[in-house]
Design a protein around this ligand. Structure first.
Ligand SMILES: C[S@@+](CC[C@H](N)C(=O)[O-])C[C@H]1O[C@@H](n2cnc3c(N)ncnc32)[C@H](O)[C@@H]1O
Length: 218
């Protein structure tokens, strides 16, 4: 709410939000539930995914943005609460296990339901040749955010993300040339996300001797 209150009405062309869902998926459970691959345990994040944001938060989100995509809204739709013809389905192609097969996003778009299939299950990822390092228990693939931006944003859009987590959204926005504003309440994940962003986008690696930059990127 502090972050959003800084912006005037309809400042963002598109907010892609992935708030806590209120289902206890803060990192502690990950290590024990997978049958296909052993997932790693993560540091629990701020608020422990105990509850989704309140109704007033979504009113504020809609005040500062022209369009919205809100992940996990099937868990808290009564707090938004507007009908949508255009839910987005991310099919995680994650086999038989206790995790959900798909994730759903509510959107403010007047178009039809669309599905993005992208394998994402612990060590198993759609793009095994170019695997993403996972630093956050709820990390979504950069490719998912790239697909959203390619399909739901126009060049020049200002993009917002009030719950950045691992910063996959920031990385996709940067690589596609969008201006981006984001925050995360958790200091550990905010710092880890910043390091991941700089590594992915600027080729930076921190070592005991300082920061190295991968020259082949330039
Ligand atoms: C579902 S995760 C986001 C995952 C992200 N989409 C990704 O790909 O990594 C929710 C994030 O919201 C953060 N968070 C929890 N409460 C918050 C608050 N009040 N304000 C900002 N961030 C918050 C958590 O630290 C967590 O990183």
């Amino acid at each position: 709410m502090d972050f959003l209150s800084k912006f005037p009405d309809k400042f963002f062309d598109l907010i892609i939000d992935d708030p806590p869902y209120g289902i206890g998926e803060d990192g502690e459970k990950n290590g024990t539930r997978s049958k296909i691959a052993i997932s790693k345990s993560y540091v629990c994040y701020s608020g422990n995914d105990k509850d989704a944001p309140p109704k007033e938060y979504f009113q504020e989100l809609i005040r500062v943005s022209k369009r919205q995509i809100i992940w996990g809204a099937n868990h808290f739709i009564s707090r938004i609460p507007f009908d949508s013809s255009c839910w987005i389905v991310w099919d995680k192609d994650n086999g038989m296990n206790d995790f959900a097969d798909c994730e759903l996003a509510w959107t403010s778009f007047p178009t039809a339901v669309r599905k993005f299939k992208y394998r994402w299950h612990g060590m198993l990822q759609e793009n095994m040749k170019n695997k993403e390092i996972r630093i956050h228990p709820n990390q979504k693939p950069i490719a998912l955010y790239g697909w959203l931006l390619n399909n739901y944003a126009n060049p020049g859009y200002k993009i917002g993300s009030p719950h950045m987590g691992s910063q996959s959204d920031r990385i996709a926005a940067y690589k596609l040339g969008f201006d981006f504003w984001g925050c995360d309440k958790d200091k550990h994940y905010f710092e880890a996300g910043n390091i991941r962003f700089r590594q992915e986008c600027f080729g930076e690696t921190k070592t005991s001797k300082g920061t190295l930059v991968q020259a082949s990127l330039f």
